[in-house]
Design a protein around this ligand. Structure first.
Ligand code: FO1
Length: 304
């Protein structure tokens, strides 16, 4: 079994490529739920949905989130009513949130609902929310405390962050499926997701960081920082704000004690020896999954 600690888009593309290299039944993802929100009474799980839509071939590539062939009639009506329409929920996407919310209301867990949706869409990789308890990533900013999606969508992550807190993490419990995956996988891959706001919420769930640390010889991280910048999102800006070098070496510092290897991009080859001198194994390859052949090269490196 191979386990991938996963945020959204970068993890989804990596899982799609890994699925072509190994039997999908031997692949599972431990997914961040710190971005989850309840809006209009509906439970929305952006990272779980981005991954399952991508693996099902249903993802909206232009937006980077949501479903393809989307329409926006409900949002338009809501906007005209003066309702909250800053967070875009497409008509097709709404069906997912209606389904999930109803099932949660009936007593199902996020883990069960993720499995049901994956089965419906023919997704053969086990997508495991790290916890079935509610955790929420919140930001202390110059404009006060913001929820994840307020920071990310309302303010376009273009605002100074002073502190990041994962509310509810200390009291949360990892699921038995997650503990089993972390204990029994032959390899744990940390996807090229944002270390501070996609991977850290996973690590903050009790027992997860300790288990990853115990397994560090089998843990490989893929740097989301390439040539001093993130391909997408605020990873570079947040790393700077929190005192990390904005480089693959800064990523190695962030994961200090948790990983045995790191995969860095070809453009960052100059960092290889410095990272190696910390006792880490370093693989240099293309990490930009711009097309299937590059994604396959990265997947092979992560499995090698
Ligand atoms: N991102 C946006 O930039 N604008 C949106 O209106 C938006 C809506 C949305 C709805 C459902 C969903 O699953 C994701 C959505 N996202 C949207 C993406 C999301 O905010 C972030 O990309 C992730 O939380 C970060 O991984």
């Amino acid at each position: 079994m191979i386990t991938v600690l996963s945020g959204g888009v970068g993890a989804a593309r990596l899982l799609r490529a890994l699925r072509n290299e190994i039997d999908p039944k031997e692949l599972c993802a431990v997914v961040n739920v710190g971005d989850d929100l309840v809006l209009h009474g509906l439970t929305i799980c952006p990272d779980l949905d981005t991954i399952s839509y991508t693996l099902a071939g249903l993802n909206n590539d232009e937006l980077g989130w949501g479903l393809r062939d989307e329409s926006w009639r409900v949002m338009k009506e809501l906007h005209e009513l003066g309702g909250e329409s800053w967070f875009g929920l497409g008509d097709r996407d709404l069906a997912t949130h209606l389904y999930r919310s109803q099932r949660l209301d009936e007593g199902a867990t996020k883990t069960q609902v993720a499995r049901e949706l994956c089965q419906r869409w023919g997704v053969d990789i086990d997508l495991l929310p790290v916890t079935n308890d509610t955790i929420a990533t919140v930001f202390a900013t110059e404009r006060g405390t913001l929820s994840f999606q307020e920071y990310f969508v309302k303010y376009h992550h273009d605002i100074e962050v002073r502190a990041i807190t994962i509310q509810g993490a200390t009291e949360s419990r990892p699921t038995p499926e997650v503990l089993n995956a972390l204990r029994t996988s032959s390899r744990i891959i940390i996807a090229p997701s944002n270390p501070l706001i996609s991977i850290d919420p996973i690590l903050q769930v009790p027992q997860v960081r300790e288990l990853v640390r115990e397994r560090r010889g089998d843990v490989v991280a893929i740097s989301p920082i390439i040539n001093g910048a993130a391909l997408k999102g605020p990873a570079d800006r947040l790393m700077r704000e929190f005192g990390y070098d904005v480089s693959c070496e800064g990523v190695a510092t962030f994961y200090d004690g948790l990983i045995g290897s790191i995969i860095i991009d070809e453009t960052d080859r100059a960092f290889e020896s410095a990272i190696r001198s910390r006792g880490l194994d370093v693989r240099v390859t293309t990490t930009v999954m711009a097309d299937p052949s590059h994604a396959s090269q990265l997947a092979k490196a992560a499995l090698a």
